[in-house]
Design a protein. Structure first.
Length: 107
């Protein structure tokens, strides 16, 4: 997992090819539990040399990711069965919070 690959996948999510976009979304979703994943997305979003569409896609993905997984909660599958619980690791939360606070303080 590296920032270039994630940026490529984020770019594919906003492309015209819907099959490719869905495939990229699934691949991004499969990386969600990897420690450091949110930090890499944040790195892409904050990098002014990255294509604006990719940065916007990353910002939306990170917002949704944090909204769904900031706190651990029970997830119920379509068949009503309980799925495994998942919450963003505390280390990743600190990276997101520190980066956000740094950006606020330096503006």
């Amino acid at each position: 997992m590296n920032a270039e690959k994630i940026a490529m996948l984020l770019g594919a999510t906003v492309g015209a090819d819907r099959d490719q976009a869905q495939s990229a979304e699934k691949e991004l979703d499969s990386m969600q539990k990897i420690l450091g994943f949110p930090g890499l997305i944040l790195q892409i979003v904050m990098n002014k040399s990255v294509d604006p569409a990719v940065r916007q896609s990353g910002a939306i993905y990170l917002k949704n990711f944090c909204q769904h997984f900031w706190m651990e909660r029970e997830v119920v599958g379509p068949d009503g069965d309980s799925l495994s619980n998942f919450a963003i690791h505390e280390t990743d939360k600190k990276v997101i919070i520190l980066r956000n606070n740094y950006d606020i303080m330096t503006k």
